[in-house]
Design a protein around this ligand. Structure first.
Ligand SMILES: Nc1ncnc2c1ncn2[C@@H]1O[C@H](COP(=O)(O)OP(=O)(O)OP(=O)(O)O)[C@@H](O)[C@H]1O
Length: 725
């Protein structure tokens, strides 16, 4: 059993512990004072209603940020800095009684600063900090300082808590180099049973993770990381860090977190609010592009499905050029002149002149819609030139009137018609000739045939749009009108995105940056990316740095080694992951023969009486049967993926989750019972994808993994050199 946080007292409870507890109590009082002060602020003092509304929402946000959950510690660490040239005093400042105040303490003539590091900044009435935000520059050494590079830190202290009560602390004396590599409090945090949705790791971010968390806003970063290495955690903490470091810009321009599915988003959605950040939008790629569909018709949703080969083709980046050509093919070459009657005169713009005008608008490289909006004014300008040549002296008002006149509007419309993005895609996928013209030299005849719907709907409104179709509509919409960009996107499980999906993220971060998280070994979509270089090129950030994380915090050694047997078959170029977990874990692989029924119920019963969450992962096809079996045995459970969108994370509050293999990605459970590996492999269109799905499922366990199989195990797992029940 891992030690509980309160059993790790490196220092005996005494005056020192009391002093720390008093600092915590005082911090709570000061936080309450800050809250009261905010509550007393009156937005009515604002001069006008706009300012008043703004102030009210600012106060409401501030109140949320100042909320105090007594079960969440206000600080988790402390740094005692040494003044330059002095390396010995920091340790001595931790003597009883001298630590109750943050800030400077003077001892034996040497000045040291002492900072408590926590989730948010708390100060006393004089403005002296009681707790420093973990994201402030002062806090950086808490995460990075080491014996070889102490960064001015004399002492680093970590606290152990139980239910919000400070019960222990342990010190590293970086000044003298007396550093124990092993931290019981750190380990207790990593070993803590998982219950409910994902939680933050702010107290224990590791140096290699912190480098990513605090990288510059302007830098796009790509993290290739084995299962459980903290990619999701790092991505969310980076979002929180950037929101702190560039508050104004990011609040204005937005931060977007993109995850693979709604269950996953429900799993992670409490992390940012727990860090005081509510200003990030969390969405799936499907939801992002469905929004574009809805902008064209509020009733449209993603409802259709494509066969894998069609979805792969629709996700191919070549489609971007096909769409571009299809759209711009709407611009006509004029075959007659424009005639504008005005008073007794008729003004004429010759066809060749209009043609020049179209050519020059094309060359400007602006969006189709923006260029289209310029056509009437450009035509009117030509008319004005004519008028001037004839001796008139028309002004801007005349030009505007001409631009708005019916002949000009009709001529412009014929020359440069409005195009609805969804209609463009509908026509491309329905009309063989139209597709052939746009795809010539890009897609061969077979590909064109594969792309076309076999039974096209009569109109865009009656089309059952698939996810890949919606991504095409999203691309088309951006060709017509620029998609607004946010300041930063965190894209999780990015290995599963098609080139066209990556482009959808690229346009949403065209003026911003990205944190791209993923694992090529966990790629399970038929359109998944083959390499990060390729993905980053589609994301428009070819120079982004690729970092590798291989130290796993979730999966214990015995389990990760078992899963890693699949790596040579699914991602031979990747480094095998290691586990930082002290516990080697519990792995059982059990052949159930024909007695599957009893064994499943038995394994689940054995798991649910233990501490922590339990996930029963089963092939999607067999889910209903397993659910029926559990119900018959009287075992309560929630089916993952069933939670209504607007309900709180009920799925993850259940003690036992029944998890379809296709939804296991990104999640974790203390105890996993995994049914029928061969069935999980067979559930995918090809062997490699099947093995990758299995790899994902095998790497969800924090403590124990029981694999039950009636069918032979996939041979890639090798001989079961693991104990059976
Ligand atoms: N520095 C850390 N301290 C404590 N726990 C950590 C740390 N880093 C990661 N963890 C924990 O390890 C687990 C795995 O983290 P996370 O889900 O972010 O990994 P991942 O790389 O995204 O995994 P996957 O590839 O399976 O989606 C989580 O429970 C997370 O809280």
């Amino acid at each position: 059993m891992p030690p509980a946080p309160d059993s790790t007292a490196v220092h005996p409870a005494g005056a020192e512990l009391l002093a720390e507890q008093e600092h915590l109590a005082e911090s709570r009082r000061q936080l309450a004072r800050m809250r009261e002060r905010t509550a007393a602020m009156d937005a009515a003092a604002a001069g006008d209603w706009v300012s008043r509304e703004y102030l009210e929402s600012t106060f409401a946000l501030r109140m949320k940020q100042l909320a105090d959950d007594p079960t969440i510690p206000l600080f988790f660490g402390r740094l005692d800095m040494v003044s330059t040239g002095s390396t010995t005093e920091a340790g001595s400042t931790t003597e009883a009684g001298s630590t109750t105040e943050a800030g400077s303490t003077t001892e034996a003539g040497s000045t040291t600063e002492s900072w408590h590091i926590g989730r948010r900044h708390i100060s006393d009435p004089t403005g002296e900090p009681m707790v420093i935000d973990w994201r402030a520059p002062v806090s950086l050494p808490f995460y990075r300082a080491s014996r070889t590079e102490p960064m001015g830190v004399g002492l680093r202290r970590r606290y152990g808590f139980q239910h919000g009560r400070l019960t222990a602390f342990e010190d590293e004396d970086l000044a003298t180099g007396r550093v124990d590599e092993f931290s019981a409090i750190l380990e207790a945090e990593i070993e803590r049973p998982r219950v409910g949705p994902m939680r933050d790791i702010v107290a224990t971010i590791q140096p290699e993770q912190d480098v990513i968390v605090r990288s510059e806003l302007s830098r796009s970063v790509c993290v290739q990381g084995a299962p459980g290495t903290g990619k999701t955690a790092v991505g969310l903490h980076r979002a929180a860090y950037l929101l702190y470091a560039h508050r104004e810009q990011l609040t204005r321009q937005g931060v977007l977190v993109v995850g693979p599915n709604a269950s996953f988003l429900r799993y992670i959605r409490d992390v940012l609010p727990a860090l005081g950040e509510i200003d990030a939008t969390q969405s799936t790629i499907e939801e992002l592009v469905a929004r574009t569909l809805r902008e064209q018709n509020p009733r449209w949703e993603v409802r259709g499905e494509d066969p894998a080969d069609v979805a792969v083709l629709k996700g191919d980046a070549r489609l971007a050029e096909v769409l571009r050509r299809a759209l711009w093919s709407h611009v006509r070459t004029p075959d007659e002149s424009l005639v504008v009657p005005r008073g007794a005169r008729r003004w004429r713009v010759a066809a060749y002149e209009a043609e020049e005008l179209v050519a020059s608008l094309r060359e400007r490289g602006v969006r189709y819609g923006a260029a289209r909006a310029m056509v009437p004014q450009s035509l009117a300008h030509r008319v004005l030139v004519r008028m001037e040549l004839a001796g008139d002296s028309p002004d801007d008002r005349v030009q505007n009137a001409v631009a708005r006149s019916k002949p000009v509007k009709d001529y412009a419309k014929a020359l440069w018609p409005a195009v609805e993005p969804a209609r463009l895609v509908w026509r491309l996928l329905s009309d063989a000739d139209f597709l052939a013209a746009a795809a010539e030299g890009i897609l061969d005849a077979d590909e064109q045939a594969r792309l076309r719907w076999s039974r096209p709907a009569k109109s865009p409104a009656s089309t059952r749009w698939s996810l890949a179709d919606a991504v095409l509509v999203d691309e088309a919409a951006d060709l017509v009108e620029r998609t607004p960009s946010v300041a930063h996107i965190v894209a999780d499980e990015a290995q599963d995105l098609s080139p066209m999906m990556l482009r959808a993220l690229a346009r949403r971060s065209s003026t911003g940056s990205l944190t791209v998280l993923g694992d090529l070994a966990q790629a399970t979509t038929p359109w998944a990316t083959r390499s990060w270089a390729e993905a980053l090129a589609h994301l428009g950030k070819p120079d982004a740095h690729v970092e590798q994380l291989t130290r796993g915090f979730r999966v214990p050694g015995e389990v990760i080694e078992y899963a890693a047997r699949l790596l040579p078959h699914i991602a031979p170029d990747l480094e095998p992951p290691t586990s930082v977990r002290r516990s080697r874990g519990e792995l059982s692989v059990v052949s159930t023969g024909s007695t599957t029924e009893d064994r499943v119920v038995e394994a689940v019963r054995a798991a649910v009486v233990r501490e922590g969450s339990v996930g029963l992962i089963a092939p999607d096809a067999g889910l209903d049967e397993v659910a029926a079996r559990l119900s018959a045995a009287g075992i309560g459970f929630a089916v993952l993926g069933d939670a209504p969108a607007d309900e709180l994370a009920t799925e993850f509050d259940a003690h036992l989750d029944l998890v379809p293999a296709s939804l296991a990605k990104g999640l974790e459970f203390d105890h996993v019972v995994l049914l029928e590996p061969a069935g999980i492999v067979a559930g995918e269109p090809d062997r490699v994808t099947g093995l990758r799905r299995l790899y994902v499922c095998l790497t969800r366990a924090v403590t124990s993994l029981v694999v039950l199989h009636a069918e032979p195990l996939p041979e890639e797992l090798g001989s079961p050199a693991v104990r059976a029940h």
